[in-house]
Write a protein that binds this ligand. Structure first.
Ligand code: SF4
Length: 734
C-alpha cells in the first residue's frame, strides 16, 4: 500500500506582477527582519518577501511581515489635517499651516498660562530613529516641557530600568547568535513562537543542532512551553522569589563563578545575605514551583558552560518588573554569563523601534543614553544643538503612565499624542477616557484617523506609515537597519519627520537650531553625537547599513577607517572585565526583597486574568485589524478557559462570557483549553474596549510600567448569547 501522494503538486504562488523590489525593515516587532516589497508596473506595492542574505531572518518572514505591503492602502488612513473647537463636535477639514499653527499656539498658550510642564508630549516605539531624534530636539531644545515620554513605558521600561540599575546603562548585551553558542536557555515570561516568530526559528534551529535544555517560566502553557524541556508554571507576579531561590541554591552549593564576581561586580555580600532567606522549601510555597525543580534548574543553569536568559512582557509588565530584570542580571553575573558567546541576559524588545526611542528620543534623558541629571551630558547636547544648557531640566519628568494621572488631577492641560493610542493600550481605560475628555487641548498625529484616542482630539495631523518614510530602526540585538520610502503618503498625509520640522520652524524663528530635512543627514549628526559612547554609531551611514542588511552597534568611525568589516565589535557588550558603565567599571549585584503588592484573586474575584499577544495581530490592531489575512484568524475577542472551570460555570465551548473586575466588565468568546490552569484565563489584549476595561495596571516603582498580567476577575455565564455576539462584533471595530 502506498502512503502519501504519489504525484507531488507543488503549491503555486500566484504571480503578483512585481517588477521591482525595494528594501526595508519590517515595522511590526523588534526582531528586525529585512524585507523587500515588490512593486508592479504601476508602482503599486503588491507583495512582500524576506531578504535571503540578511543575518536576522535569512529570507523568512512571519504572518505579519508577509502581508505588510497591504498597509499602504488600508482603510482608515488620514488624508487631510482636521480641526474642531471641542472634541465632541464634528471634524472640519483643514490645511497644514492652519493645523500646525493651532498646535503651536495651543502649546504656547497652555505653557504660558499653566507653566512649561503643563503640556505633555507622548510618542511611540513605531517611528524611525531620525524622527525620534528630531522630536527630542524640538521638545527638549525648543518647546521645553519635561513631561515627554513614549508608549514604550508600557512594554520595555522595566528592561531599561533593570539594565540601568545593574549595568549603569541601557542596551541589551547579547545577540541572536548567542543561541548558537549556549548550553542552557531560560525563557522568562516570553512566548517567542507567537510574539517573535523569527527569533523563535533562530532559537529552534540552534536548539535542534546543539540540544541545549530549554526551560520556560510562564503561568500558562504557551507554545514555547509546549516545546520546552521543562515548564515552570509559576504563580503570577512571583518571579523574583524563584530567582532568589535559584541564587540561594547556587551560592549554597558553591556553583557561582567567584572569579567573575570578584573582577566584575559589587554588592556580593548584600545579595548573599538576602538570598539566604529564600530556601527552595519556603520559596516553593510562594512561587508555586516544586522545591526540587528549583534546585534542578539552578544547577542546570549554573553548571552550563554558557547559559542564556531571555524575557519579554511576562517579566516587564509587573509591579516587580524592574526587580525581575535585575534578578535575571544577578543570575547572569553570579554565573559569569554576560558578554560571552551563549552567555547573556537578553531582553526581547516589543515594538519595531522601541530600541531606537530608548537610544535617541530624549524621552527619559538626552540622546544616546545621556542623563538629564548629568551636567556634562547636558553641556554636550546643548553645544551640539546650539541651545542654552540651562533650558534643559535637571532631572527627567513624568513617565507616560504618570502623565495620565496628572491629566486626571488637572496638572497636565494639553497633550500631543504621536503614533500611539492610549485608549486602547493603557490599563483601566475608563479612567483614561475621562482624563482625555478633561484636556483643554489635544493633538493626535497618526497615520490612521479612526483610532479611539482621536475621538478626543481637537487637531488631527495625518502622518505617513512605515515605508512611506526613510530612516533607521534598531532591533532587539542592537542592529540598526534601514527603511526606504517604498510608497508615498496618501492624500495630504506627510512623514512624521516633515511634520516635526514644520513644527520646529514655528518654535525656531531665529533659526538658531538646525533641523536637517534629510534622514541620512540627521543620521550623520547622530553619529557625531555618539562618538566614544556605548552606542557609538559613528562608522555607519544609511548606505553601509543597507549594504550589510543592518549593522549592530557599536560600529565606530575608527573601525570604519581601519577597514574593519561589520559586525566588528558590535555583537556583544561587556566582553571584557571591568567594562560596565559604572565609574568603577563593575556591575551591581542588587538584593531583591519580595513584597507581594499585586492584585490577587479573592472570594469575589477568584480568577487570575492573564493578558498577552497573538501571532496574527499587532498591539491594538490599528494595523492588523485592517489586513484581511491577519484579521481573519482572530476577528473577535476570546478567552482561553480551563474546561473544569467552564464546566463549573456551565459554559460551553464557543459561548460568550462576561468578565467582571473591580474596574469594569467585558465580553469574550470562551475557548476551552488546558493551556491555562483552572484559576486563570488568558485574554489577548488586542481588541478594542476589552482587556483594558478590566486591568488594574498597578505600576512598578522603578519603571512605572503597568502590571497588565496580574488582575483579578470573576466570570459570569451570559443567557442572551445573541446580544453578547453583537457586543463582541462591536469590539472588533474601531
Ligand atoms: Fe516582522 Fe517581527 Fe514577523 Fe519579523 S518576526 S516579519 S520583524 S513581525
Amino acid at each position: 500500500m502506498l502512503f502519501g501522494r504519489t504525484i507531488k503538486n507543488p503549491i503555486k504562488i500566484s504571480d503578483k506582477g512585481a517588477l521591482e523590489w525595494k528594501y526595508a525593515t519590517c515595522g511590526y516587532c523588534s526582531t528586525g527582519c529585512s524585507i523587500e516589497v515588490g512593486l508592479n508596473k504601476e508602482g503599486v506595492a503588491v507583495a512582500s518577501r524576506g531578504v535571503a542574505d540578511a543575518n536576522v531572518n535569512q529570507g523568512k518572514l512571519c504572518l505579519k511581515g508577509i502581508f505588510e505591503h497591504e498597509l499602504f492602502d488600508s482603510s482608515g488612513r488620514g488624508l487631510r489635517p482636521k480641526m474642531r473647537e471641542q472634541w465632541h463636535q464634528p471634524w472640519e477639514n483643514s490645511d497644514w499651516d492652519s493645523a500646525l499653527d493651532k498646535v503651536h499656539d495651543e502649546i504656547v498658550r497652555i505653557q504660558k498660562k499653566h507653566g512649561p510642564d503643563s503640556f505633555a508630549i507622548i510618542s511611540t516605539g513605531q517611528m524611525l530613529t531620525e524622527e525620534f531624534y528630531t522630536l527630542g530636539k524640538l521638545t527638549r531644545g525648543l518647546i521645553g516641557t519635561n513631561n515627554y515620554d513614549g508608549n514604550t513605558t508600557l512594554c520595555m521600561a522595566s528592561a531599561v530600568s533593570g539594565y540601568k540599575r545593574s549595568f549603569c546603562s541601557d542596551g541589551p548585551p547579547g545577540c541572536y547568535d548567542d543561541f548558537e553558542h549556549t548550553d542552557c536557555l531560560i525563557a522568562w515570561g516570553s512566548n517567542l513562537p507567537e510574539q517573535h516568530p523569527i527569533i523563535y526559528w533562530r532559537m529552534k534551529e540552534a536548539q535542534e543542532k546543539r540540544g541545549f535544555p530549554l526551560i520556560v517560566v510562564d503561568p500558562r502553557v504557551t507554545m514555547l512551553a509546549q516545546n520546552a524541556h521543562m515548564h515552570l508554571p509559576i504563580t503570577p507576579g512571583t518571579d523574583v522569589v524563584l530567582m532568589n531561590a535559584m541564587m540561594h541554591v547556587i551560592l549554597a552549593e558553591g556553583l557561582q563563578d567567584q572569579r567573575y564576581i570578584d573582577a566584575n561586580t559589587t554588592g556580593f555580600e548584600a545579595l548573599q545575605a538576602e538570598v539566604e532567606k529564600y530556601d527552595p522549601t519556603t520559596a516553593a510555597k510562594i512561587c508555586g514551583i516544586d522545591e526540587d525543580r528549583i534546585r534542578v534548574v539552578a544547577r542546570l543553569f549554573a553548571n552550563a558552560g554558557a547559559a542564556m536568559q531571555i524575557w519579554t512582557m511576562g517579566i516587564n509588565q509587573s509591579t516587580h518588573g524592574s526587580d525581575g530584570v535585575v534578578g535575571i542580571n544577578n543570575l547572569a553575573l553570579l554565573s559569569g554569563n554576560i558578554g560571552k558567546p551563549g552567555g547573556t541576559s537578553l531582553s526581547i524588545t516589543g515594538q519595531c523601534n522601541a530600541m531606537g526611542t530608548r537610544e535617541w528620543s530624549s524621552c527619559s534623558g538626552l540622546p544616546n543614553y545621556r542623563y538629564l541629571e548629568n551636567p556634562q551630558d547636558r553641556q554636550e547636547v546643548a553645544k551640539a544643538w546650539n541651545v542654552d544648557p540651562e533650558f534643559f531640566p535637571k532631572k527627567r519628568g513624568m513617565f507616560q503612565t504618570d502623565i495620565y494621572h496628572a491629566m486626571e488631577s488637572g496638572q497636565i492641560k494639553g497633550l500631543w499624542l504621536i503614533a500611539t493610542n492610549p485608549l486602547s493600550s493603557l490599563p483601566n481605560s475608563s479612567r483614561v477616557r475621562k482624563a482625555m475628555q478633561g484636556l483643554e487641548f489635544c493633538a493626535v498625529q497618526d497615520c490612521y484617523e479612526d483610532t479611539e484616542s482621536a475621538q478626543y482630539a481637537h487637531v488631527y495631523l495625518p502622518a505617513g506609515t512605515w515605508a512611506e518614510k526613510e530612516g533607521v530602526m534598531t532591533n532587539t540585538e542592537r542592529r540598526i537597519n534601514l527603511v526606504n520610502p517604498i510608497s508615498t503618503c496618501p492624500g495630504e498625509a506627510r512623514p512624521d519627520l516633515w511634520i516635526f520640522n514644520r513644527m520646529a520652524e514655528r518654535f525656531n524663528l531665529d533659526k538658531k537650531v538646525s533641523f536637517p530635512e534629510k534622514a541620512a543627514d540627521i543620521f550623520l549628526e547622530m553619529g557625531a553625537l555618539s562618538k566614544g559612547r556605548l552606542a557609538d554609531i559613528s562608522g555607519m551611514t544609511h548606505a553601509l547599513i543597507e549594504k550589510n542588511r543592518g549593522i549592530q552597534w557599536p560600529y565606530t568611525d575608527a573601525q570604519l577607517q581601519a577597514g574593519e568589516v561589520p559586525p566588528a565589535g558590535g555583537k556583544r557588550l561587556y566582553t571584557e572585565d571591568g567594562s560596565f558603565r559604572y565609574a568603577n567599571g563593575k556591575a551591581k549585584l542588587i538584593p531583591l526583597p519580595f513584597i507581594d503588592n499585586n492584585e490577587v484573586p479573592d472570594e469575589k474575584f477568584p480568577i487570575w486574568l492573564n493578558t498577552g499577544r497573538l501571532i496574527e495581530h499587532w498591539h491594538g490592531r490599528t494595523k492588523t485589524g485592517k489586513i484581511g489575512n491577519n484579521n481573519k484568524y482572530s476577528p473577535i475577542p476570546f478567552i482561553e478557559i480551563n474546561p473544569d472551570l467552564a464546566a463549573e460555570l456551565g459554559v460551553q465551548a464557543g459561548e460568550y462570557v462576561r468578565m467582571v473586575s473591580r474596574r469594569s466588565d467585558a465580553v469574550a468568546m470562551a475557548q476551552l483549553t488546558q493551556r491555562v490552569p483552572k484559576n486563570m484565563v488568558f485574554l489577548p489584549f488586542h481588541f478594542h474596549d476589552c482587556a483594558n476595561r478590566l486591568t488594574l495596571g498597578l505600576l512598578d516603582p522603578h519603571s512605572r510600567q503597568p502590571a497588565y498580567k496580574q488582575s483579578a476577575i470573576r466570570i459570569e455565564r451570559i443567557e442572551d448569547q445573541q446580544a453578547a455576539a453583537r457586543l463582541s462584533m462591536e469590539m472588533r471595530t474601531f
